[in-house]
Design a binder for this molecule. Structure first.
Ligand code: V47
Length: 366
């Protein structure tokens, strides 16, 4: 334990959690000051069992990153490229459809689509993409476009965020992924993503999405220039919005990967830190049913261990991942369903294939 968090403070937090009480900002900071990882894990595991039970979810999905051209040029991002650069790419609608079609045979239930904020692609490109994917197989859920992309589409098409969301919903958009949140604090955004929408705007887009019936996820990019206080502030602002709308399906902490980014001098996160962030997220986000480990970012072995540190969702089969791999991720790009089932079983939990909205697709009990 660090000097900041004595055993007495931990006992007080443990009593609060055991009684089902809500943790404060100061409790959150104290938890980050605790280096007794097993103690944190045990507490998060208690909260996990109470909020989510023993089922561990995974989804049979495919990611598609249609373009890497982006005007935001975030300093933590190795994926984005300037229009016209050698490494810039933009898929045609046929290329997007071809990727989706190739995965339908594998029984995917979700397409997860995020890309750069391309300064010159027409608004219709995105709308047609969603319509065409929806027509290809209406039973596949389309989870697409971060809050930042949606705000960008609204600016480009000179419409309100609500109008844009309704058009996409009508075209076949099912829900939104949680990216683009980074860290809400203006200080951090000024340092790492000054052109991106503000933290407040991100929350406002999500509030509007939830209001028109589009559920979403939430993320936090950690391990770069943020302080512990800024992490806690981020988590509590998400908790506050979830109290208001109930529209978040899951929370995913994203471990910063520095290679090929403008923050390359920073070290990547450690396994210790990754587990700590997952456990504390479970403890602070008492109104989020699902805390998800994105195995692509923290590795499949740590993702398995995280099932005893507050996590109850291990994300998906993924198939193709470009954002973290551009930044030096050494994980595979895909994992077979059978392997996810084996990992979850070995951790003593029940594998449950889910759809995007957490409806059960198939339970794998022994
Ligand atoms: O918005 C960018 C992050 C996000 C780096 O909703 C980086 O289920 C680490 O949001 N190192 C995109 N992270 C991915 C994302 C996501 C992933 C999995 C599941 C879900 C979900 C959402 O990746 C970006 C940004 O926050 N990111 N660069 C990097 N170098």
């Amino acid at each position: 334990m660090t000097a900041g968090t004595d055993s007495r403070s931990m006992e007080r937090i443990e009593e609060k959690v055991a009684a089902g009480g809500r943790l404060s900002f100061d409790d959150g900071v104290a938890l980050f000051g605790c280096n007794d990882l097993i103690r944190l894990g045990r507490l998060a595991d208690l909260a996990r069992r109470r909020n989510a039970g023993d089922d561990v979810y995974f989804v049979n999905n495919r990611h598609i990153n249609h373009t890497n051209v982006c005007g935001n040029r975030c300093r933590f991002c190795a994926f984005s490229a300037v229009e016209g650069a050698d490494d810039a790419y933009t898929m045609t609608l046929d290329e997007v459809l071809e990727r989706a079609r190739a995965s339908l045979a594998d029984g995917i239930t979700e397409l997860h689509i995020v890309g750069g904020e391309h300064p010159s692609l027409p608004y219709e490109y995105y709308l047609e993409m969603i319509s065409a994917l929806h027509e290809l197989d209406p039973s596949v859920h389309i989870q697409a476009f971060t809050a930042s992309e949606i705000a960008f589409f609204a600016r480009r098409s000179k419409q309100t965020v609500e109008e844009v969301l309704i058009q996409f919903r009508e075209a076949g958009l099912g829900s939104m992924p949680g990216g683009g949140a980074e860290i809400f604090a203006p200080r951090v955004r000024g340092l790492v993503c000054e052109r991106k929408i503000s933290g407040q705007e991100w929350l406002d887009v999500m509030r509007i999405a939830h209001g028109v019936g589009i559920r979403s996820n939430a993320t936090m990019l950690y391990g770069h220039v943020e302080t512990v206080e800024e992490r806690v502030d981020h988590l509590l602002r998400l908790r506050e919005l979830q109290d208001e709308t109930g529209g978040f399906g899951s929370f995913i902490p994203l471990a910063f990967h520095p290679a090929n980014t403008e923050l390359e001098e920073l070290k990547g996160t450690t396994g210790f830190e990754d587990l700590k962030v997952l456990a504390i997220s479970r403890l602070l986000l008492d109104n989020f049913a699902n805390i998800k480990a994105f195995w692509i970012m923290i590795g499949i072995k740590l993702a398995q261990i995280s099932l005893h540190f507050g996590v109850n969702d291990i994300d998906g089969t993924v198939v193709e991942e470009k954002i973290t791999h551009a930044a030096g991720a050494e994980t595979e790009q895909a994992i077979a369903k059978d392997e996810l089932i084996r990992l979850i079983r070995e951790a003593g939990r029940i594998p449950v294939e889910r759809d995007t909205l957490y409806n059960e697709v198939r339970r794998y009990e022994d």
